[in-house]
Design a protein around this ligand. Structure first.
Ligand code: DGL
Length: 278
């Protein structure tokens, strides 16, 4: 399908519900823009999938958002940002439309760290895909070579959230387990990055097992601030983003399930539509 030149909404993509934690902060910061949120709930989780599969699924989602009229797409998913962002930016965009843009959420998160850690020892929690890609280590090292990074994959957390078990007593076992594992890696960690957009939903349980002096970094605010800044620095893109304050929500899974679960992530009720992207 040829891509339309008409201005359109900003696309926000995640493998499932997690990106709603980013959408919420973006919407708070930039309420005047229009958005399309797309959750690939039918194929979540991405965190345990190979590079090739995450890249292909993310390509399909981004192209679909472009076809829906978006000129700018945010990958509100660390796994997709870690495994697909660079290839999409370097290989695919030129063939689709060299004026469209795809941005990830790892860099805005990393940029915030310099002002936050005092010990220079930072912990990063994420999916297996994000942690094994070493994207956080690489980006932190480029910007802040003195910061030491300790990482821990938390493969059970996304399924607990996607299956609505995040506030049940069973979840405590897995929250405590991964927190204990990261803390064991280094006693000087003073900042803990929640490097998966699902994890803020577990924040109350995470704080329960974390010493009080350790600061938890939830990505939403940092991503929203960087996006605001990006739109100011790129007026040519800002002109292509419509501003009526509307959001459309799409899921690749059941619409009823998406609307029910979204209340865990968002204050307002939403209406969602089904979309096939594969
Ligand atoms: N929310 C996604 C992230 O930020 C991944 C969840 C998944 O495993 O699909 O990494």
């Amino acid at each position: 399908m040829p891509l339309s030149e008409t201005p359109g909404p900003i696309g926000i993509f995640d493998s499932g519900y997690g990106g709603l934690t980013i959408y919420e902060k973006i919407k708070e910061t930039l309420p005047q823009y229009d958005y399309i949120y797309l959750g690939d709930n039918a194929r979540t989780p991405y965190g345990t999938r190979s590079f090739e599969v995450v890249y292909e699924f993310t390509r399909q989602a981004v192209l679909k958002l472009f076809e829906c009229g978006c000129h700018l797409v945010i990958l509100a998913c660390n796994t997709a940002s870690a495994k697909a962002l660079r290839s999409i930016q370097q290989k695919d965009l030129a063939g689709w439309d060299k004026n469209r843009r795809v941005l990830g959420i790892i860099l805005p998160t990393v940029e915030s760290l310099g002002n936050i850690t005092h010990t220079g020892h930072v912990g990063v929690l994420g999916t297996e895909g994000t942690i094994n890609s070493c994207s956080y280590d690489i980006e932190i090292n480029k910007l802040y070579p003195d910061i030491k990074v300790y990482s821990q994959a938390c493969p059970m957390w996304v399924p607990l959230i996607e299956n609505n078990e995040y506030d049940k007593p069973g979840a405590d076992y897995f929250v405590e387990k991964y927190i204990e594992q990261i803390l064991k890696k280094d006693a000087q960690i003073d900042t803990l990055v929640l490097g998966c957009t699902h994890y803020p939903i577990l924040i109350y349980k995470i704080s329960r097992y974390l010493p009080e002096h350790i600061k938890i970094i939830s990505q939403g605010t940092y991503v929203a601030d960087r996006l605001k800044d990006y739109l100011i620095r790129h007026p040519e893109m800002d002109e292509k983003c419509t501003k009526n304050g509307n959001t459309l929500f799409f899921t690749t899974e059941s619409v009823e399930k998406f609307m029910n679960m979204s209340s865990v992530f968002l204050k307002d009720d939403i209406v969602a539509e089904h979309l096939d992207i594969g």
